[in-house]
Design a binder for this molecule. Structure first.
Ligand SMILES: Nc1ncnc2c1ncn2[C@@H]1O[C@H](COP(=O)(O)OP(=O)(O)OP(=O)(O)O)[C@@H](O)[C@H]1O
Length: 233
């Protein structure tokens, strides 16, 4: 059985059809990238899968159970977490207080492991608005990982990072996916980074799937090259 599945997910904002019949399957230990031009529907897709936005049609399934009507908090406590495009850290709290707050809520006993894996130990007693932006993004990722989620939906975790930081972040994400057998959905604009990091890639364009499959096949897909990758492919 598929761990987590979006089936024919459709989202309309009034007259705007942001997503039309999108299918995705997320499996443990697999990083699944979602790429596409601005406005393709990537953030809307994460919102629909995470419970922030109720799909107009279609279903979201966890372990085969229909969780489409379950709210965000229920999903988080049942192993589905997400991060946001903009950093969601509380500026005036210390890194430790933030992480512990989420650990208490989710019952997470894995805080020390996550802090170690992301190299956050030296920053635990620093206030978030005093640490570098790249470290704040690592705190964001840590917040999504607390509580041993089985499914992690990441909305542009590399936004605003310089190339080296982005490469480090993507390396952490892949390692955590493999080490913890987590199903990861990665929305990211850094196309080369996505191709290096992901085991499978879905390309969205104007709310529809252009193609989905192994990175090498997606890179060769003529429609994707024409609509999105262009000469970068
Ligand atoms: N709250 C909203 N109300 C109306 N339309 C919206 C809303 N949010 C998104 N849209 C529209 O839905 C479509 C998909 O937007 P979405 O933000 O999901 O795309 P995206 O691929 O994440 O884009 P980006 O890469 O710029 O973040 C766009 O046409 C957008 O204008």
């Amino acid at each position: 059985m598929t761990l987590f599945e979006g089936s024919a997910v459709t989202v309309r904002y009034g007259a705007v059809q942001a997503l039309e019949n999108i299918d995705i399957r997320l499996d443990p230990g697999v990083v699944h990238g979602v790429i596409g031009p601005n406005g393709a529907g990537k953030s809307t897709f994460i919102d629909a899968l995470s419970g922030r936005k109720r799909p107009s049609a279609g279903k979201v399934l966890l372990d085969g159970e229909d969780i489409t009507a379950r709210p965000v908090g229920w999903r988080r406590l049942h192993g589905v977490s997400r991060s946001f495009q903009r950093t969601s850290v509380f500026a005036s709290m210390t890194v430790r207080d933030q992480l512990e707050m989420v650990a208490r809520r989710t019952g997470g006993k894995d805080l020390d492991d996550i802090v170690g894996a992301l190299g956050l130990g030296p920053f635990l007693d620093r206030v978030c608005n005093e640490i570098a932006y790249g470290t704040q993004r690592s705190v964001d990722l840590a917040l999504a990982l607390i509580g041993e989620p089985r499914v992690v939906l990441l909305d542009e975790p590399c936004a605003g990072l310089v190339a080296d930081e982005a490469a480090g972040m993507l390396g952490h994400i892949r390692a955590i996916c493999k080490d913890r057998d987590v199903a990861v959905l990665l929305v990211e604009h850094d196309v080369d980074g996505v191709f290096r990091t992901c085991d499978a890639i879905t390309v969205l364009n104007l709310g529809k799937v252009l193609t989905s499959g192994a990175p090498a096949d997606v890179r060769k897909d003529e429609e994707v090259v024409r609509a999105y990758l262009g000469s970068a492919a």
